[in-house]
Design a binder for this molecule. Sequence first.
Ligand code: CFM
Length: 537
Amino acid sequence: MGMNEAKLQEILDQYPAKVQKNRKKHIFIKRSDVESQQIEANTRTIPGIITNRGCAYAGCKGVVLGPIKDMVHIVHGPIGCGYYAWNTRRNKAKSDDPKQNFINYCISTDMQESDIVFGGEKKLAKVIDEVMEIFHPKAITLSATCPVGLIGDDMGAVAKAAEAKHGVQVLSFSCEGYKGVSQSAGHHIANNILMEKVIGTGDQEQAPAKFPINLLGEYNIGGDGWEVERILKEIGYHVVSVMTGDGSYEAIKNAHTAELNLVQCHRSINYIAEMLETKYGTPWLKVNFIGIQGTIESLRNMALYFDDKELTLKTEAVIASELARIEPIFDQYKKICEGKTAFCFVGGSRGHHFQNLFSELGIETLLAGYEFAHRDDYEGREVIPTIKTDADSKNIPHYTAEADEKRFRLKVSPEKLEKLKAKIPLGQYKGMRFDMKDGSIIVDDLNHFETEEFIKALKPDIFTSGIKDKYVIQKMGINSKQLHSYDYSGPYAGFNGAVKFAEDISMGFASPTWNFITPPWKNQPLLEGSVTEEGVA
Ligand code: CFM
């Protein structure tokens, strides 16, 4: 059974009028016969709705800063906020110097009631002293949780005093959870400060090897970044820094030496990509290393950018040898997957990126969406100038990058850049809408009620999402794969990752488990009811 406007309306009709009016703006059915289909995104979730979103602190500390391994990340707040940022995201890291890898630590100021009443600044300063004494890190970050903003602790002043006392950089992030409508605000806050205070502070004037690149928006979940780096190094690229998966403070300081910035997850890091271009003249290229074809296309686009004969030959040689190795295995799994249907709902970029891989396996994506993306992630980057700035986005401290007097250098001439832009996605990304079939559904900030309703209506064979809805989905008899944590598996990026993903979901399809579950709609009369302004009817 497909979805059409009437059926969608039936689902929405179950909402009270006000909620329905709001949710309607966040959902649309893809049509290619209309030029634009606007969606509402990056606005507040209605209280009472069970959303999958996180908070600004999660986006700042959890997503962007947390994976930087050689900095100690201190969470200023009650212990719960720290605990839940501890290794729940699978951003792996290894280091040549194990004494400078703090990824396995969770450091919190453990604020108590007395700190809330009398202020937590002294406690924070003491924790920094302890961290310096025990770990001797190269730099420290301080992330604020909600109460810090409420009581008005001056973290910036504590950071400044600690820098003077210990002689290392101490960065303070006002990323209180409520600073945005989701984790997206936290990404932006982290981006701005990394750009203002870390990137470009290294001494290197030039990269030590040919074809230097930065890999932005790659967080090494389940080892994704390692697989991508393996391929890039094999071809002959020099990876200056990865932001921020298995990332290093020392490497990020010298990110200005790259000749090209690759952007995997644009949602979380397009701000840095853009500022690097303004400040150092380095263009950025949108890549997608999820899926075999996505990986190949990204590698070929990089070769076009560098326009070097040897590099191009090596690119093709690596692609050919990787394909010869993986295709026979991938094709085996394809036989299990072909003809199936999927829902794909993830944070801010995977809901789109993974559709590549599904289609290579012969799986059709019926519904997709993002928890916290912005309109450009659905509709394309060109809509950015038309996005209204609201009070929530004004919460993010402003930072404007300017051309660096000494280090700004155009990496390619403006004429060549224009020519390249016609061929490859330089400074550009498409929205999810363009890669979806007519009749498929696009949903922003999908909630648990809609999750169940859309499953009942479309009965997909697989639903890729996260821990917050995984078990609801499975109890409805549907194969579910977490695309945030990869269910303790991975990598899913690059050539090896595509095979691993195919293997994992095939295992899910082939599991006899589903025979032991009877989905509720099969043997129970469904209770029909609706919630109105007056109450439950
Ligand atoms: Fe980027 Fe991410 Fe994502 Fe994201 Fe995330 Fe994540 Fe994600 Mo979970 S940075 S937007 S804030 S690709 S943690 S590694 S999986 S929601 S789709």
